[in-house]
Design a protein. Structure first.
Length: 201
């Protein structure tokens, strides 16, 4: 059953926004269907310009995987943010910083997958605006995975079908995941985060 979309804005100490129940049930199933296909193909990728041990997870870069972006349900679904006028208005109301949204002209999208003991220590993204969307198979098979904005001691509880938008320069971390029941590696029972970076050429 579709639940009402809810925009929750934060101006201080850092301008960010959470959007609960962002996609409808049809979109969610479309995302999960593609994630089931992609998960076995995910690998560990060394973080750029970060020390060893900064993260433990698996991921796949969709812009590298798909020659034609139109063939990806995930990419097409995430593109709905560009037509979401309420989203863009809320961002502008939060801070002048988000006026740059209209000047970004390239995006990059990847999926990060977390399962037992996976984590990501405090880091910044190499981008301008970072967009994160969280989803997993139900029933939920893990605990942990909350987001921390470490410079401000802010904890963002993990919620399914929730999107977060923030300046990419914000330090953030992912709590370790603990699987409730033992599962095979890349089982698909863990935490997915679809990440989109908005950049300028």
């Amino acid at each position: 059953m579709n639940q009402q979309k809810s925009y929750i804005t934060h101006k201080e100490p850092i301008p960010y926004m959470l959007i609960k129940n962002y996609f409808d049930d049809k979109d969610i199933e479309s995302l999960l269907s593609e994630l089931r296909f992609l998960t076995p193909k995910m690998t560990y990728q060394e973080p750029k310009n970060m020390p060893d041990g900064t993260k433990q997870n698996n991921q796949i870069n969709l812009d590298d995987f798909y020659v034609n972006r139109e063939s990806s349900n995930i990419l097409n679904t995430m593109n709905k943010i560009y037509d979401d006028e309420e989203l863009k208005k809320n961002l502008r109301d939060i801070s002048w910083f988000y006026n740059i949204w209209n000047y970004t002209n390239i995006d990059n999208t990847f999926v990060a997958y977390y399962e037992n003991t996976d984590y990501y220590k405090a880091h910044r993204d190499i981008s301008i605006i970072s967009i994160m969307y969280w989803i997993w198979e139900e029933p939920k098979s893990f605990t942990g995975g909350n987001i921390h904005l470490t410079d401000y001691d802010i904890e963002i509880p993990l919620e399914r079908n929730q999107m977060m938008i923030m300046p990419s320069s914000t330090y953030h971390a992912v709590d370790p995941i603990k699987m409730i029941k033992q599962a095979d590696k890349l089982s698909g029972k863990g935490r997915y985060c679809i990440v989109r970076f908005l950049k300028m050429k």
